[in-house]
Design a protein around this ligand. Structure first.
Ligand code: FES
Length: 579
């Protein structure tokens, strides 16, 4: 152990820990900006030491030291709030702000901006340094992410998320000196790159340099269009939305969310958990067929559009193994605009389907050319959890005081298996519950496959499905997916089924969820607990026992894997340029 003092208080830390870690141990808050550390579900650590707002004085060292990347050493004497330190921090921030747009009132990130927070915290009310400001084009080319380099402070947190955590390799430093920004090579538009639109860069960005494409106004327009506007809400939204209203992380707000959506004017409020159950019907059918034939194994789940785009760019030689099932979002759209539209006597083109998703890649997914099984775009508008929160606030709804209400029928009925889609391992567990019943022909009671749960980036389990020993793997975060896929490519691993989610921790940690700041690990764990609590409390916990799903097959689709199911619920993939 290492002994040191900070502000005259003794503290002990382990080898390899930084001065910042030691200060945190004493409860001393040192401001940071470029530093990002989260070792649990988020698996992010960025220490570029570029912003210098975390500087401290170290006895015997002539210059100030950045505490976030200075290792603690034996006998160090540190002062964190001398006048010299305070002046240096203010100067660093003043310099950053001197080349930063002053549109905080209208900035997407206002209220969630760490630069804004820091200015308030350091008492910086006037900007001393004025002069020429850099001017860059804003990239609005993608369906999911807006990149405004004018707001980039070169902290490189996005670069860590994109290259180290996700291994996507799109964002890096471009240009020199005053012109330097973080962006794609040659500052190519994001839509022309291998960006997966997972949004982890948006979650990591401390300013408004990376934000989601805002669809809130489009959504208000739709609600007031006179058309039938139905909304679906993804499993992970209900356990995070409350955070935007000051509720404790892990609060399950399903009933209040449904009430709020009705008050906003949606014609019907439905649940993506319903189509998650539908996904299990189709995907498990496909899995059992492949298990029997021994072909195209391991089957890879395909619910996550960020992951799908990743393999379309980077693993084209393995494009025959992902399941052909569409994601629950797209299955919902296809069923809403065919089966449900027919039921209520509305033409597909007179129905608008809105999704509320924890994910930014879902915006891109809904716009993919092939997703028009109903003859029109199956999902018209996608808003994130954050966008829904801002719409609820805009509508003046006192969210925390709302009465709870139920989803509408028939696309609102779901099971515990549908809700666990929101957590890493959940899709696989839901599939195993159904596969085990179908293979044995029994209604098995042991349905908690706990070996596939938890926030570890890669999990492996061998699970009994009837007489079969199913070898399963789960990865969350694209860097972890890459590790698994490289093993498969080289023939070094034999699995039957693999679940992959682009975001570390799964959809709970999607790029469209309320920002977690430095509390990612703790918040993610609570959201995950809430998901499994919701599953435990569900009356029905297996997808194939969902009465509305059974009725959908009886009245419309026939059986899982039928010709109509294939037409509406399955898809194909495209190889894409790896740039
Ligand atoms: Fe330490 Fe930026 S937070 S240098």
């Amino acid at each position: 152990m290492i002994n040191l003092t900070i502000n005259n208080l003794p503290v002990q830390v382990s080898e390899g820990q930084t001065v910042l870690d030691a200060a945190h141990k004493l409860g001393i808050d040192i401001p940071t900006l470029c530093h990002l550390k989260s070792t649990g579900g988020c698996h992010v650590e960025s220490k570029t030491g570029s912003c210098r707002v975390c500087v401290v004085e170290i006895d015997g060292r002539p210059n100030l030291a950045p505490s976030c990347c200075t290792p603690a050493t034996e006998g160090m004497k540190i002062i964190t709030s001398s006048l010299r330190v305070i002046n240096a921090r203010r100067t660093m921030l003043d310099l950053l702000l001197s080349d930063h747009p002053k549109d905080c009132l209208t900035c997407e990130k206002s209220g969630d901006c760490q630069l804004q927070d820091l200015a308030a915290k350091l008492g910086l009310h006037r900007i001393k340094y004025k002069g020429e400001m850099s001017k860059h084009e804003i990239d609005v080319s993608s369906e999911s992410i807006v990149r405004d380099p004018n707001k980039c402070i070169m902290c490189r947190r996005c670069e860590t998320a994109c290259n180290v955590v996700q291994t996507v390799g799109v964002l890096s430093g471009v240009g020199r000196g005053f012109e330097a920004v973080v962006g794609p090579a040659d500052l190519r538009p994001l839509s022309e790159t291998k960006c997966t639109f997972c949004g982890q860069c948006v979650a990591a960005c401390p300013t408004g340099a990376l934000t989601e494409v805002d669809h809130t106004y489009k959504c208000w327009n739709a609600i007031n269009s006179g058309k039938t506007v139905v909304v679906q809400t993804a499993p992970a939204v209900r356990v995070a939305l409350g955070e935007a209203f000051g509720m404790e992380p892990g609060s399950v707000t399903t009933g209040k969310m449904v009430t709020a959506l009705r008050m906003m004017g949606f014609s019907k409020v439905f649940d993506t958990d319903f189509s998650a159950d539908l996904t299990i019907m189709e995907e498990t059918t496909e899995f059992i067929e492949r298990l029997k034939s021994g072909k195209n194994l391991p089957i890879l789940t395909s619910c996550c559009p960020g992951w799908v785009k990743f393999f379309e760019h980077q693993f084209q030689d393995l494009m025959h193994i992902p399941s052909t099932c569409k994601s629950p979002q797209q299955m919902f759209g296809a069923i809403a605009k065919t089966y449900y539209a027919k039921k209520i006597g509305v033409k597909a083109e007179d129905m608008i389907v809105v999704s509320v998703m924890p994910c930014l890649a879902k915006k891109y997914e809904s716009a993919r050319d092939e997703f028009n099984a109903s003859g029109t775009r199956d999902v018209d508008i996608v808003i994130s959890t954050r966008e829904l929160a801002s719409m609820i606030k805009e509508a003046g709804i006192a969210f925390d005081h709302l009465e709870e209400s139920q989803y509408d029928d028939p696309l609102g009925e779901s099971t515990g298996a549908g809700v666990i889609f929101g957590a890493t391992g959940g899709v696989l567990e839901a599939a195993l519950r159904t596969a085990a019943d179908w293979v044995t022909g029994k209604d098995l009671q042991e349905i908690d496959f706990t070996a596939v749960r938890g926030l570890d980036g890669i999990k492996e389990a061998t699970v009994k499905v009837g007489d079969l020993e199913v070898k399963a793997a789960i990865s969350s975060g694209l860097g972890n997916a890459r590790k698994l896929l490289e093993k498969i490519r080289k023939g070094e691993a034999q699995y039957h089924i693999i679940e992959i989610m682009a975001c570390p921790g799964g959809c709970l940690n999607g790029g469209g969820q309320p920002y977690t700041g430095g509390r990612c690990d703790e918040i993610l764990a609570k959201r995950m607990e809430a998901i499994y609590r919701d599953d435990k409390n569900a009356k029905i916990r297996k997808s194939h026992q969902n009465p509305s799903i059974k009725k959908l097959y009886e009245e419309f689709l026939g059986k899982p894997g039928s010709e109509l199911s294939h037409k509406l619920l399955h898809t194909h993939y495209h190889g894409r340029r790896n740039v």
